[in-house]
Design a binder for this molecule. Structure first.
Ligand code: PMP
Ligand code: GLN
Length: 381
């Protein structure tokens, strides 16, 4: 019969943001900054729009941006990347993930995924016919169980998809953990799809370590970045992929038939932005670290058990001490409607039965908004 595919769920971000708008609540759910990124980057895009050309840019991305991505790989991680054959521009990291999975995963291939996982991973892997092999982090510190990870790898493993720094757990994988992942990838001859969109949102002086930089990983890793995160311009949807040519070629083929390209003015402005001085990157993570501290301390004062946050602009909190544990989805809806504050239920980031006592808050908001949210929560609890 002509049944439609019913495997695609509604993303939790759409559900919660719609509810937040409906009830005019403070939206700390879906992750986006409430202040737009650097004015000079936006000005660059505006000028480039007027100057043109405004026709299809090259399929792989404008040379300026591919060169800037290659230069960033060198500048921040010491990676030598050939901009013509090893960099692809996509319409956001989401398109990159879709292209990469379409290119690398065939029906029956196993893909190692770490829960709680970013919400598009599972639908994309399943739609490609991939078989998810899930490894759970252990809350509240979101610890990686090394034995469980090793046990997930086998001869059937095609790839691991890892998000570092990790949304929603706000975990930054240690060098030791990354070494273990690299060893497993090499031992089982698998690819590593590395979602590193929060590469510059990492706190307390910790370095970001791309898996691609570890022994044996240069040729088997696909690294994803996003201007949405690095320049607080989530609406632009400009992403970039770095990979060796034998991996980038099939990914670019998938990109041809998905979006083919991305607006040229935005690409050129992001190229300009990537060249900003070290002070820009320090200010980005420094300002967000202060917001993390502000929201975490406020939530802790209210009685939430706040988990550590080493990167990303999210914190997770256990609501058990408040007597609110049981159904995090229902809780987030109730909090939106009754308290006027929206968070995202962490169970949405699991494939099956999930813990139900955690909620995720986004702290990339103006201080007065964070304070107002805390004030409202305080009155409600
Ligand atoms: N991966 C992760 C882990 C994310 O948090 C996000 C989004 N915010 C994306 C991918 C998607 O990024 P983009 O908006 O560039 O598509
Ligand atoms: N990445 C954002 C988050 O985690 C949401 C992106 C989206 O809405 N697709 O909240």
């Amino acid at each position: 019969t002509n049944a439609v595919y019913t495997g695609l769920p509604t993303t939790i971000f759409e559900v919660m943001s719609r509810l937040a708008i409906e009830h005019q609540s403070i939206n700390l759910g879906q992750g986006f900054p409430d202040v737009d990124g650097p004015e000079d980057v936006r000005r660059f895009a505006a000028d480039a729009l007027i100057t043109g050309p405004n026709q299809y840019p090259p399929m792989m991305g404008v040379p300026e941006l591919r060169q800037a991505v290659a230069a960033s790989n060198k500048r921040f991680y010491g990676l030598d990347v050939h901009w013509k054959t090893e960099v692809l521009v996509t319409s956001g990291a989401t398109e990159a993930l879709s292209d990469i999975i379409a290119a690398l995963i065939e029906p029956g291939d196993e893909v190692v995924l770490i829960e709680p996982l970013y919400d598009c991973y599972l639908p994309l892997v399943k739609r490609a016919g991939g078989i998810p092999r899930l490894v759970r982090l252990t809350p509240p510190e979101w610890k990686l169980d090394r034995d469980a990870l090793a046990a997930a790898f086998s001869d059937k493993t095609k790839a691991i998809l890892i998000n570092n720094p990790m949304n929603p757990a706000a975990k930054v994988f240690s060098r030791d953990e990354l070494n273990l992942i690299a060893e497993l990838c090499v031992a089982f001859d698998t690819y590593a799809i590395c979602d590193e969109v929060y590469e510059h949102i990492i706190f307390d002086g910790a370095p970001h370590i791309p898996l691609m930089t570890l022994p044996g990983m240069r040729e088997r890793s696909v690294r994803i970045g996003s201007a949405g995160k690095t320049f607080s311009l989530t609406g632009w949807k400009v992403g970039y992929v770095t990979a060796a040519p034998h991996l980038l070629d099939p990914i670019a083929k998938a990109h041809q038939f998905t979006t083919f390209t991305t607006p040229a003015n935005l690409q050129k402005a992001v190229a300009f932005g990537l060249g900003k001085g070290d002070d820009y990157y320090a200010e980005l993570s420094g300002a967000l670290a202060a917001k993390r501290d502000r929201l975490s301390a406020g939530l802790a004062d209210l009685g939430f058990a706040v988990a550590p946050c080493d990167g990303t602009y999210f914190v997770t909190a256990d609501v058990t001490p408040l007597g609110l544990a049981g159904d995090d989805v229902e809780l987030c809806k109730r909090m939106t409607i009754e308290a006027g504050v929206t968070a995202v239920p962490v169970s949405a980031f699991y494939a099956g039965a999930a813990p139900t006592q955690f909620v995720r808050f986004c702290f990339s908001k103006r201080d007065e908004i964070l304070d107002a949210a805390l004030e409202r929560l305080g009155q409600w609890i």
